[in-house]
Design a protein around this ligand. Structure first.
Ligand code: FEO
Length: 400
């Protein structure tokens, strides 16, 4: 039985949520599930905006049939060919074979490669589709998050179909609208994690598309994952603006440590307490061997100041810390103040190696001297950590 939800008098939500999925893109844990959104406009012509992942195809097809109410499907606009949005493409065309497919040039090639489909009508930036009352304008949004991505702006209704942009992990339940859930409490952490793990590398391209969107009145924003926005979108837009400029969202310190037998953790805890004693608010401490790397990445981008503390391992950086730093580099990490501490029972190397990695990134400023622990934290180390905490706290004053 269908469960299509009305957004406006002629726009319907046809998506569904997957709460059984463990890893989104086989990489990112989604304990709160994820939604795959699809929308139907019922004008003189009917327009389907994207399809859904195979996991929710049955629900989606029921929703489509129910929302069409016997009308034919005239257009399918493909904003993004990644299979979480296109896996049901062939099934839609099987059921509605007369549907005209609209896509970007790059998407047309991908549709051929994924589905051996070669019938797409290609549109580009600025092209318009009139569907009766509605006038749909296409916007190119390359690398948000694949090169073929297209947005559609409905000039009549003020609705932006924004593909992956403004999406979030987290299933939908009950209301599909951001203004009817507690988005900041229940979705913002997942939205940040989604953004930084999936799109962070393409901040310049996100900024380009935000500039295009700023020219339009946005009454409704319909992303491909997560809630639909009808109110207070400026608040979320401001988050995206910060994120895509690689600017910190929270003035505070995130400490990331790896620890084999607890001594490097001890150093991290002493440093965190000393930073708090200096009056700094917003301190977070993470064990990089325990917390999922998608969370670590999002938190590193969130905070203005970061500290990395690692044992030396096989004459290098401890493996989980090394993985984390590699992930930061791969996602364009930059523009943060950082401090370092290392441990090494006979030949500490980790701080020097971490500094080599971090100093190669744009806009990274090191605070103080690296603290070097030889096995267990000594009185002298504790004093060095307190000195480092003071310098970290002082760097906030300098920033302000
Ligand atoms: Fe939700 Fe890039 O796919």
């Amino acid at each position: 039985m269908e469960n299509a939800v009305s957004i406006t008098e002629d726009l319907y939500y046809l998506g569904a949520s997957d709460r059984r999925i463990a890893l989104f893109e086989s990489a990112f844990p989604v304990p709160r599930g994820v939604s795959y959104n699809s929308y139907l406009l019922k004008d003189e012509k009917t327009v389907l905006f994207d399809t859904v992942d195979a996991a929710v195809a049955e629900e989606f097809l029921h929703n489509l049939e129910g929302a069409l109410g016997g009308k034919k499907l005239d257009y399918l606009i493909v904003h993004h060919v990644e299979p979480d949005h296109s896996a049901s493409f062939a099934r839609v065309l099987q059921r509605y074979p007369d549907t005209a497919v609209i896509a970007s040039a790059k998407a047309a090639v991908m549709l051929k490669n994924f589905f051996s489909y070669e019938g797409a009508s290609v549109v580009k930036e600025g092209d318009v589709l009139e569907t009766g009352k509605h006038r749909l304008r296409f916007l190119a949004a390359p690398m948000v998050h694949w090169p073929e991505v297209l947005f559609t702006y409905d000039e009549t209704a003020g609705t932006l179909f924004s593909a992956d942009a403004f999406g979030t992990f987290g299933a939908l339940g009950g209301s599909i609208f951001a203004d009817e859930v507690h988005f900041e409490r229940d979705y913002l952490d997942d939205a940040r994690r989604y953004y930084f793990n999936i799109v962070a590398k393409y901040g310049v391209q996100v900024q380009n598309v935000l500039k295009k969107a700023a020219a339009f009145e946005l009454k409704t924003v319909c992303p491909l994952h997560g809630p639909v926005w009808r109110k207070d979108f400026a608040w979320y837009l401001q988050k995206y603006d910060l994120w895509s400029k690689y600017l910190p969202e929270t003035q505070g310190v995130a400490l990331f440590y790896a620890s084999v037998y607890g001594h490097t953790q001890n150093a991290a805890e002493i440093l965190a307490s000393a930073i708090a004693a200096e009056g700094v608010k917003n301190i977070a401490v993470y064990d990089v061997s325990v917390t999922d790397k998608s969370v670590l990445l999002a938190e590193a981008f969130r905070y203005s100041h970061v500290v990395f503390l690692s044992p030396t391992y096989n004459n290098g950086i401890f493996v989980n810390m090394e993985d984390f730093l590699r992930d930061l580099c791969a996602h364009g990490y930059c523009n943060r103040r950082y401090a370092l501490a290392e441990n090494g029972s006979w030949a500490p190397q980790a701080a020097r190696l971490m500094q080599e990695t971090l100093s190669s990134l744009k806009g990274m400023q090191k605070i103080g001297n690296s603290v070097s622990v030889l096995s267990a934290v000594t009185q002298q180390n504790a004093q060095e950590l307190k000195t480092l905490a003071h310098e970290i706290a002082r760097s906030f004053d300098e920033q302000i």
